[in-house]
Design a protein around this ligand. Structure first.
Ligand code: CA
Length: 382
């Protein structure tokens, strides 16, 4: 089989109500989708992560100008060879960020092709399903111009709870005092049985993080995410053992080389590689293998359109618990509940929650059909 054509679709739409988190305002929802056509009529789809503050055009340009020319006439089943080639040739101007986001989207599309060609879900090609469903946790709790806090956060938490979600993650990083009041108010409103996490998006240093960790012990947070800047490995090593709350990070680390010392030095309790950012299936499976060798848990970061969500479910299916046991600590699905005009429509609403769990599709490839009308509606020309 040979790759014949690579199309990059950049989707972008402004939000009716922009929202903010600890690092800035999100005015648009964007997606970078990769469509790869083969000479056998099989088409694969992938997605490159597009952070809230990230212009989607950058990852798209990497694919158009740097990677597509390397891929034409190559065999999608050489996905590992192609991954290393894309990474190596872009090393002087890549190694992370939008360059690896771009490789990730290409790699996901190649695995979608491999799965479709064999009539198997990607999870089977990765070694099989450790699970066929996963518990989602609600991501959201962004803030708006006229919002009231903690009131709006409490309303949102109760809405997620009444929708059947058993876990949710707050946005924090707005100042330690503000965060403490917010976390306490939400915990009191939802009660002790909902699994509660919080994400500071790198807003603090180790001293501020220490206060937040000690002063939220009563609220029993399951994990605290990106308390520190994503590169601050020494800071994470300093705070990691301060309290019983798990320390999580990783959405801004890239590839096995990016994760290597974090895993080997035990800087984190929970690793959060994003399939659409940290390297696609090829590389994220290697990150998972390193993590398993150090008995470190993975709960992937997920924040994108339905294509990224579907692909992430295949990755989650194949993640070994670390360690294995009769009742192991299971990964969760980060399930974005924030405003997104086309996330679900793009994959024809193929992924839904039932009884507080999300089924992992067992259809070939990443298991979704793309609605091209959605691409026509939100696509922009490059
Ligand atoms: Ca995050």
């Amino acid at each position: 089989m040979k790759i014949k054509q690579i199309h990059v679709h950049v989707l972008k739409t402004s939000l009716d109500e922009p929202f903010y988190f600890s690092q800035g305002w999100v005015n648009h929802r964007s997606a970078v989708l990769v469509e790869i056509e083969t000479d056998e009529g099989i088409t694969g789809w992938g997605e490159c992560l597009c952070h809230g503050l990230q212009p989607p055009e950058i990852a798209a340009a990497f694919i158009q100008h740097a990677f597509a020319p390397m891929l034409i006439d190559r065999d999608p089943f050489d996905s590992d060879v192609l991954w290393e080639e894309m990474y190596n040739k872009s090393r002087p101007y890549g190694q992370g960020g939008a360059a690896v986001n771009a490789i990730s989207g290409v790699d996901i599309a190649l695995w979608d092709i491999k799965g479709k060609s064999l009539g198997l879900p990607v999870s089977k090609l990765l070694g099989g399903n450790y699970r066929t469903k996963v518990m989602p946790y609600a991501t959201g709790f962004y803030r708006t111009l006229n919002g009231k806090y903690p009131e709006d956060g409490i309303d949102e938490a109760l809405r997620h709870k009444s929708n059947g979600l058993k876990a949710m993650k707050l946005k924090i990083g707005f100042g330690v005092e503000e965060d403490l009041a917010f976390i306490r108010a939400v915990r009191e409103a939802i009660g002790p049985d909902v699994r509660l996490m919080a994400d500071a998006n790198g807003a603090y240093n180790a001293a501020l993080a220490r206060r937040l960790m000690y002063e939220t012990r009563e609220q029993k947070l399951y994990f605290l995410e990106e308390l520190l800047a994503p590169e601050d490995q020494e800071g994470y090593l300093a705070i990691r053992h301060l309290t019983e709350t798990y320390i999580a990070s990783g959405e801004n680390l890239f590839g096995k080389r990016g994760y290597r010392t974090w895993i080997a030095q035990g800087a984190l309790d929970i690793l959060q590689p994003d399939l659409c950012s940290s390297g696609g299936f090829t590389e994220c499976v290697k990150i998972a293998t390193l993590a398993q060798a150090w008995n470190t848990m993975i709960i992937p970061h997920v924040w994108g359109s339905g294509v990224g969500l579907a692909a992430s479910l295949q990755f989650i299916a194949a993640l070994p618990p670390a360690p294995l046991s009769l009742n192991p600590e299971e990964p969760m699905l980060e399930y974005d509940q924030s405003s997104h005009p086309f996330r679900a429509a793009l994959i024809q609403h193929a992924i839904t929650m039932k009884d507080g769990m999300v089924d992992i599709p067992q259809r070939p490839g990443i298991g979704v059909e793309i609605d091209r009308d959605v691409i026509a509606t939100y696509g922009i020309s490059m």
